[in-house]
Design a protein around this ligand. Sequence first.
Ligand code: FAD
Length: 281
Amino acid sequence: MKITENFKKKNPISFEIFPPKGELSIDALRGTLDGLKALSPDFISVTFSAGGTGNSNKTVELAGFIKNECGIEAMAHLTCVHSRADEIESIIESLREKKIENILALRGDIITGRESAGFKYAKDLIAYLRGKDFCIGAACYPEGHVDCDSLEDDARYMREKQDAGAGFFISQLFFDNELFYRFLDRAHKAGINKPIVPGIMPMLAKNQIERMIYMCGASMPSAIVRLLHKYEDKPEDLRRAGIEYAAGQVSDLLNNQDCGVHIYTMNKPDIAKRILEMTAQ
Ligand code: FAD
């Protein structure tokens, strides 16, 4: 099923997972998938390593497993900046074989010293995929992409992705819902009329959150800084507070917009479960 169908109902819930690292096979994720399946997500998306490095070949296999063995709709992420058209074509063919209908089309982060191989921006991949009968999603950035100088340019580039064929957007993580609501206004003013799904990642540990903030440029509201100080030497309490904070964000988002929420699960179904339980209270 094409994921855009999900947006005909109010507030679909989806999860992101990543393929097993190193030599591990996707069997290593059976417990994770069982846990996520019990939460009845509308779809699960699977990340892809930029530049065809690492575990990217497992993305197609895992997305296929989610769709065909677990019976959950799946979306494969696909990055393009360091891939040639023939490499992308071969991945598309494998996705078709597994009956995957949904692709999150991304540029990917640029690997220093490696040339771009043909697709400069995500919009180029989206245009390439258009007409190939996939449902195409794209990334968006409530606080602007780290390499983009202005929020207006960022909204304009988002519009280019929509014009190229993106049928929905999933956002980068953020910790301040007000920033997301302001971003929605900007996006709508720029002519975005496709669903924009907020992406939420719970704070589980200080180093995890510092790494994510460095990588994606998300700002840290004072409420998060206070939690980090308060529970500096109490990792278990910090984790609990981080889950509670994320559940508060999810509740507020489900009350104030219709596009549901995409939870970056970090392959931890117990965390997603707790967030959803707290949200339902
Ligand atoms: P683009 O939309 O191409 O934007 C890249 C940069 O170019 C931005 O700074 C943008 O402002 C700028 N730009 C765009 N168009 C133009 C233009 N016409 N002229 C000038 N500048 C322009 N990475 C992975 O490696 N694997 C994953 O699985 C993955 N999943 C992700 C899922 C989500 C929901 C999100 C939000 C991000 C994900 N990423 C993933 C990270 C993503 O690959 C990086 O953020 C990457 O740097 C940008 O990808 P993009 O598709 O947004 O690129």
